[in-house]
Structures are given as C-alpha cells and as structure tokens.
Design a binder for this molecule. Structure first.
Ligand SMILES: [Zn+2]
Length: 292
C-alpha cells in the first residue's frame, strides 16, 4: 500500500514525502501499554481505519524531503534494504522496496541530497543512510553531510554491546557514516540557516532532535518520533513502549503541542499516515486536527 506524493509548503520551503513503508501494523496495546481499551474506544470514530483498526496501530515509515533555496535536506532514513533485522521479519534482508525509485519520482538522485538529518538513531530512521556495496556498508547519499545528534550518538555508542543497539542499526547504518567522515555531530539549537534550527525533543530517545522551520509568518516543527499516532493528540500524556524515558517524552510532547496551538505551527511527525503536516486546536484535555 503506497500513498500518493504529498507536499507541504512552509512559506517557500517545500516538503515532500518519500515513503519507505506504509500501513506498517503494530500491536496497539503493546505500543501504548498505558492506554486502556476503554480510553481508546471513544477516539476510534476518527482514527479508524487509517490510524488504528481493532487491535492494530498503523504507521507510515517515510523520509521528509525538505527543499530550501536549492538545498535538499532528507529527514530520517527509514528502514533501508539488506539489513539484518531478525526481530522484524518485514525489515529483515529487505529488498526491492522501491524507495530509491520513489526518490527518482521526486526528480532527485541520491547524490542530489545535500544533508541527511536523522532525528534519532532508531532502526527505522537510519536504514537508508547506507547501502550494501560489495559486502561493505557505504553511504547511500554520496555527497551528503549526515547530521547526528551528539547527545544521541554518545548515548548509543556508550552501550556495552554496540552490535545489538537499535537491532544492529548502529553498526550497519551509523558507524559506516562516521568511518566515511560524512557525519557532523550537532546539538540543540544548531542553526542550518534559512530559518531552520534543530531543537532538542528528548525522551523518546535521550538525544532526539527535531527541526524548527520559520519562514516569514509560516512555522513548522518536525517532531521525529515525539509522537507516533494521532491518538496522542487526544491523549497527549501517552508515551510509547519505544520511549527511553516516558515521563520526559510526555513533558516534551505536551510542551510542543501547546506551543503549536499558540504559534499556529504545522506539526510534522515521522509516522502519521496521510498528509505531512497538521495544525491542531485544543479539545478538552487534548487536541484535534484543525487543518491538514
Ligand atoms: Zn520511528
């Protein structure tokens, strides 16, 4: 199941979706262990069938291709191909995903990408960083600088067994970029110019960074995995089973959701299916889509 190309304009900044995998199904109760069925049920009317259905949660895994003044920035590098991911059968030794063909449909070649920004270093955000070339992992985007959060990288590199970090992704999708000397380590507040600034969104992982875009009166915040599902608009207190620090993730999410209402900012999460951006409004203790 592949969705049509979607575009979001933030002033003159163009954002397009590059889908790696759509309709990825996860167990709803596993991802949101703190939400009872009784709490979820009232929201099914607007979440089904796109975002949840019965006991399943549906996600898209996509990169966001940001073009500003002729510069191409690819946010998050999805699952990739040929990677050994034994715990996720759909991702294990994956082939013929069509991702690079869809990049071509956007009129871009891998060498056209100037910057790859990984919001965090989970498996589904770094996969296309590298491709297999004669048995070696080499950068897929041959000319690009790759931006990794310093705090994020330090955390994962300090783990006692690097081979198991992010299901193997640190070793096959991150360290080869360091070895190729194409990585730049960045921090909260890093300025990419043109109104694009990286912003710490900690909690889902220790060093996750988002991207704040301001062009004229238009604003957007790319929030990475600070949210996984629109269910978290209705229940913003919900963190996922994937979050390293659920309480910190909750505080981060509640802060930027409130700011997004005040600033009339587009929110651009990685895993929401359908339109790229959402503006939101308050609704009781939570929020609702106001514009998409
Ligand atoms: Zn993710």
């Amino acid at each position: 199941m592949q969705q049509a190309v979607t575009t979001l304009m933030i002033g003159d900044v163009r954002v397009r979706a590059l889908v790696d995998l759509d309709g990825y199904a996860l167990d709803l109760a596993h991802v949101f262990p703190d939400a009872s069925p009784e709490q979820i049920d009232p929201h099914r009317s607007w979440l089904e069938p796109t975002y949840i259905k019965d006991k399943e949660l549906y996600l898209v895994v996509r990169s966001l291709v940001v073009e500003v003044d002729g510069r191409v920035i690819l946010i998050d590098a999805c699952v990739g191909e040929d990677k050994e991911r034994p715990t996720r059968p759909l991702w294990n030794h994956r082939q013929a995903s069509g991702y690079l063909e869809r990049l071509a449909m956007l009129g871009l070649k891998p060498e056209d990408v100037d910057v790859v920004f990984c919001t965090h270093l989970h498996t589904d955000h770094v996969g296309w960083n590298t491709k297999l070339d004669n048995g070696r992992w080499v950068p897929t985007f041959s000319r690009a600088r790759y931006l990794f959060g310093r705090k994020e990288l330090d955390h994962w590199m300090a783990q006692p067994d690097r081979a198991t970090v992010a299901g193997g992704a640190l070793v096959d999708s991150v360290i080869p970029i360091l070895d190729a000397k194409q990585a730049d380590l960045v921090d909260d507040g890093h300025d990419l110019g043109k109104g694009l600034v990286l912003k710490g969104l900690y909690g889902h992982t220790p060093g996750q960074l988002g991207l704040d875009v301001r062009r004229g009166n238009d604003r957007a915040l790319f929030v990475g995995d600070a949210m996984h599902s629109p269910l978290q608009l209705a229940m913003p207190e919900l963190s996922t089973c994937f979050c390293t620090d659920k309480a910190q993730a909750r505080a981060t999410r509640m802060a930027f959701l409130e700011a997004a209402v005040e600033d009339k900012s587009w929110l651009v999460p990685c895993h929401f299916r359908g339109p790229l951006g959402s503006k939101i409004k308050r609704n009781g203790k939570g929020y609702l889509f106001a514009e998409r």
